[in-house]
Ligand binder design. Structure first.
Ligand SMILES: [Zn+2]
Length: 253
């Protein structure tokens, strides 16, 4: 299984529009972060988790020619706004499968009514096959995927465990029962927004404490704000098995 980090930035991305913050002005490519998303590939399968406003650019950048589906963690704009850009895939492949909790599907239907409507459809509108997720395992190809529920302030969000790999983002807290699902995971992705605490995201300290509890072999931090600091400086201070993810990073599991 191969995972490509398509984006590792928080909701505004880095650089932030108009910002003169040193991290936003950094020339290190790793300090340029599109909105958070990953591409997961194995055998002939390729799935994307979340589909934010940078989806088009991310698909072009990684040279992706086919997707088998999109899994949604939650309905916030930085995770869903690129949905219209599934059109090139839809024209080639037909309906695109989307996987989400029913609350998230409801939000998508409201925002992208023309994609979901059955009447008076605009001919260029893409179509989707809807897969409603509960907090129960489901199958993608030959792989069992386990949703892992966390809280993003008060909003329930899903992480997804694919065998030895688990991707979570936009988490501030997780019940023990859900943490138990992460036992034995080899590679864990966790959000770490910044140094200062935040009401709906782990800060760096909370993310490291979470990783310490789960004890994966390796962990990667994502959904990063410019306020976390320069990639090179932050990564140098992390525990041996923890890394800052960056855009275009590929890992093999
Ligand atoms: Zn987010």
């Amino acid at each position: 299984m191969e995972v490509t980090f398509l984006g590792t930035g928080t909701s505004q991305g880095i650089p932030v529009i108009g910002s003169k913050h040193p991290v936003c002005l950094s020339e290190d490519e790793r300090d340029k972060r599109l909105r958070t998303s990953v591409l997961i590939e194995w055998n002939d399968c390729s799935y994307v988790i979340d589909c934010g406003p940078d989806f088009r650019q991310q698909m072009l950048r990684c040279g992706c020619e086919k997707i088998d589906g999109i899994l949604f963690t939650h309905e916030h704009s930085d995770h869903v706004l690129g949905l219209d850009d599934i059109r090139p895939f839809f024209f080639k492949q037909g309906n695109i499968s989307i996987y989400a909790h029913k609350r998230v599907l409801k939000a998508l239907k409201k925002r992208f009514d023309y994609i979901f409507t059955t009447e008076n459809r605009y001919p260029g509108a893409p179509s989707v096959n809807i897969h409603k997720l509960k907090n129960k395992p489901f199958k993608l190809g030959d792989v069992k995927v386990l949703p892992v529920k966390g809280l993003h302030f008060k909003l329930k969000v899903f992480g997804f465990r694919f065998n030895d790999f688990c991707y979570t983002t936009d988490i501030k807290s997780m019940k023990q029962k859900e943490k138990d699902k992460l036992k034995g995971v080899k590679i864990l992705v966790v959000n770490a927004l910044r140094i200062e605490p935040h009401y709906s995201h782990f800060n760096l300290e909370e993310a490291l404490r979470f990783i310490e509890e789960i004890q994966p072999e390796r962990a990667y931090l994502t959904h990063i704000s410019h306020l976390l600091g320069f990639h090179a400086e932050v990564e140098a201070q992390l525990p041996e098995n923890v890394f800052l993810a960056y855009d275009n990073l590929k890992i093999t599991i």
